[in-house]
Design a protein around this ligand. Sequence first.
Ligand code: CA2
Length: 143
Amino acid sequence: MKILVINGPNINLLGLREPDIYGIKSYASLLGFIQDVAAQHDVEVECMQSNHEGAIVDAIQAAYGRFDGIVINPAAYTHTSIAILDALKAVGIPAVEVHLSNIHERETFRRISYVAQACDKTFAGMGFEGYALAIRYLVGQEE
Ligand code: CA2
C-alpha cells in the first residue's frame, strides 16, 4: 500500500513558533514519526509539504494511479480551498484529513473545513498522533 502525506502552508515551521498550539517538535521530527508509523504497518509513505495551493492540487492530481490513500493537513487552505476539495473529489483516492490542533475549539473561521467533504475521516487536536491514526485508518480500510 502507498500513502501520500500532504502538509500545507507553514507546517514546515513546526516547533519554531506557537508551541502552545502546535507543539515543540519540528517538521523533520514529524517526517520521522510518519515514517516510523509507516514501517510498523508495512506501508510505503511519501511526504510533501507546500506553501502553495496549486502545488498541492498538482500533487493530488499526480497521486492518481500511484497512491492508494492520501493523508492531508491542508493547514490554512482547509478553511478556504475549493480547489483542493475538487482535486480530492476528482481523483477519488481515499483521503483522511488531519489537524495538529483542535480546529473546532479555536477561532470560528477555523471551524469550517471545505476538504472534509472529500475525506472519509478527520483527526483533529491529537498532534502528531493524528497522522498515525490517519495512516492506520487507511490501512484498515484496505484490509
Ligand atoms: O492544526 C492544524 O494542523 C492546522 O491545520 C494548522 C494550520 C491552521 O491554519 C489550521 O487552522 C489548523 C496552521 C499551520 C501553521 O503552522 C505553524 C507552525 C509553526 C509556527 C507557526 C505556524
